[in-house]
Design a protein around this ligand. Structure first.
Ligand code: KIV
Length: 272
């Protein structure tokens, strides 16, 4: 029996499934340090992701590719100290899942050393064996389809995915296989709204979108994009909430309120 005091109303994979069933939107953000993770948790974020986007917004890199496991662990441990309610997802960085055994070891580190409740993996049906293995070992998985920034060189750039019939069908099939393999959550990045809607309807697990229209079960954005402080251009699918307030807390609360009330994302944040 645990000697730890139970954390009240902690978000679990069951909470997320119940939210999907109730059609209550799931509000998610990235975080990289404890000050922000505390703030997001208190503002009511349901999920906090330590994304490998930290390579770009924290480290000033051109892509997420150089981010290492040790760097992710460092940020994951810090972020987890601020979370009481939100579910913590750790992003598997480039090459940390190059083989099933490597991925199992790395995902295990996120669970043990960061207190993560889930790991996120880029990749489609090719990740089936890994998802099955993690699932069997009790490690919840968020599968990441659509634009996969770790595969930017293979994709030929940061582009919307699934625009043509073949791409859309492949994504629907990938999603089916990953769910059957045991994925607990699906994240769609830069996907046309109509395809994201079909994927959300097909899935019995919750689907979170970023640049995927307003029909998914939830939304995620990079924290520094919504605060207007990311290095370089803020993506079209994001929104700078600091344009409406001078308070970071209010900006985060406004984002969460707009996700919950389906105001965000609007047409201008959507790919059709
Ligand atoms: O790394 C990250 O922050 C992500 C989000 C863009 C979803 O994967």
């Amino acid at each position: 029996m645990s000697t730890q005091p139970e954390k009240k109303n902690k978000v679990t994979i069951n909470t997320l499934r119940e939210m999907k069933a109730r059609q209550e939107k799931i509000a998610c953000l990235t975080a990289y340090d404890v000050s922000f993770s505390l703030l997001l948790d208190e503002a009511g974020a349901d999920i906090v992701l330590v994304g490998d986007s930290l390579g770009m917004v924290i480290q000033g890199l051109d892509s997420t590719i150089p981010v290492t496991m040790d760097e992710m662990i460092y940020h994951g441990q810090i972020v987890s100290r601020g979370l009481k309610r939100a579910l913590l997802i750790m992003d598997m960085p480039f090459m940390s899942d190059a083989s099933v055994s490597q991925a199992v070891e790395n995902a295990g580190r996120f669970m043990k050393e960061c207190g993560a409740s889930m790991v996120k993996l880029e990749g489609g049906a090719d990740q089936r064996e890994l998802v099955e293995t993690l699932s069997r070992l009790g490690i919840p998985v968020c599968a990441h389809l659509g634009l996969q920034p770790q595969r930017v060189h293979k994709l030929g750039g940061y582009k919307v995915q699934g625009r043509d019939q073949a791409g859309a069908e492949k994504m629907l099939n990938d999603a089916r296989i990953l769910e059957q393999a045991g994925a607990d959550l699906l994240l769609l990045e830069c996907v046309p709204a109509v395809l994201a809607k079909a994927l959300t309807e097909q899935a019995s697990i919750p689907v979170i979108g970023i640049g995927a229209g307003n029909q998914t079960d939830g939304q995620i954005l990079v924290l520094y994009d919504i605060l207007g402080i990311s290095v370089g251009r803020i993506p079209r699918f994001s929104k700078n909430y600091m344009q409406q307030t001078s308070s970071i807390q209010q900006a985060v609360e406004q984002y969460i309120a707009e996700v919950k009330s389906r105001v965000f994302p609007a047409e201008q944040h959507t790919f059709n």
